[in-house]
Design a protein around this ligand. Structure first.
Ligand SMILES: [Zn+2]
Length: 299
């Protein structure tokens, strides 16, 4: 049977029909159209789902269930407790979508869905214990243990970006100091470069300058990767996953990022369990990960 995966974002709602091999066979994207009430967002989710079916050339009757990845923490009843951007406050998004689509609906946090997607069909295919770390505006992530998403007591597990790595460190948007994302996000890298007077607007610019021989850019990237290594090492120490997969804009650097990171994590810091090492890889699915992960929430 086919499943539909929905990636609910503040700007767009992306829907994909996923087949039994976890391939996306039809996609659709429509504007979320904020601000609007949750009922209106659920209407748009249905619209995107039907459009994806049309593009896949299938009927909604051929769909087993719908999975939705949404911002915010999602409790076991499919209720989003709070998301400022979407205007969700104790919003029963699972039931709102199920009423409209008349199919079983499963809901999870969007970053967690992306991690699950990468685990079942991307870099982590074949792994059981897997962690995704996404380096973007912040640092997102998700933890899969024994093939299942770790959701935590209120559906907000896997907030890797808010793991503290400097007790009195940089102030984070969440109100705490020294969160991983204040050092390891793409935003942090760009801010560091700007503060050093480099003419950059994105993470790619900093790497480009470094590759052109700029010493300041080289030192900023070295420092950035050293902080990234602290967070990744913490994750390995706690979870011992088969693989940690790094995604987001910075990960587009591929081996340029992964190799020096691996050198610090495995060769310098992480030598305690040398027989079986955690693999560190770049993500490969990009934005499709969220759709594929959502489409696997009912498995
Ligand atoms: Zn934080």
């Amino acid at each position: 049977m086919f499943r539909i995966g929905i990636d609910l974002g503040g700007t767009n709602i992306a829907a994909g029909v996923v087949d039994e091999e976890n391939k996306i066979v039809g996609k659709a994207s429509i504007p979320t159209g904020l601000p609007k009430p949750a009922e209106g967002i659920a209407d748009s989710i249905k619209e995107a789902a039907l459009l994806a079916c049309e593009n896949a050339g299938i009927d909604i009757f051929d769909v087993a269930y719908v999975g939705v990845g949404t911002p915010g923490a999602v409790n076991a009843d499919g209720v989003v407790e709070n998301d400022a951007n979407l205007g969700f406050v104790n919003t029963p998004i699972r039931d709102l979508v199920a009423e409209r689509i008349k199919k079983p609906v499963f809901v999870a946090n969007d970053a967690n869905c992306a991690a699950l997607g990468e685990q079942v069909a991307g870099a982590g295919k074949g792994t059981e214990n897997f962690i995704a770390v996404t380096l973007g505006t912040g640092v997102g992530g998700g933890i899969v243990i024994g093939g299942k998403l770790l959701t935590g007591v209120n559906g907000a597990a896997g907030e890797i970006g808010h793991m503290c790595i400097e007790k009195d460190g940089r102030l984070c948007n969440c109100g705490n100091n020294g969160c991983f994302e204040t050092y390891a996000s793409a935003t942090a890298l760009v801010n560091d470069a700007k503060e050093a007077g480099l003419p950059v607007t994105c993470a790619y610019d900093v790497f480009k300058l470094r590759d052109a021989g700029n010493i300041i850019a080289a030192s900023i990237i070295k420092n950035y990767i050293s902080y990234l290594a602290v967070g990744i090492t913490n994750l390995i120490d706690i979870f011992q996953p088969d693989m940690i997969c790094v995604g987001g804009g910075v990960a587009a650097q591929g081996d340029n990022l992964i190799n020096p990171l691996y050198d610090i994590v495995v060769k310098k810091r992480y030598t305690k369990f040398s027989k079986k090492q955690t693999k560190i890889c770049a993500a490969i699915l990009g934005n499709d990960a969220g759709i594929i992960g959502a489409a696997n929430l009912g498995e």
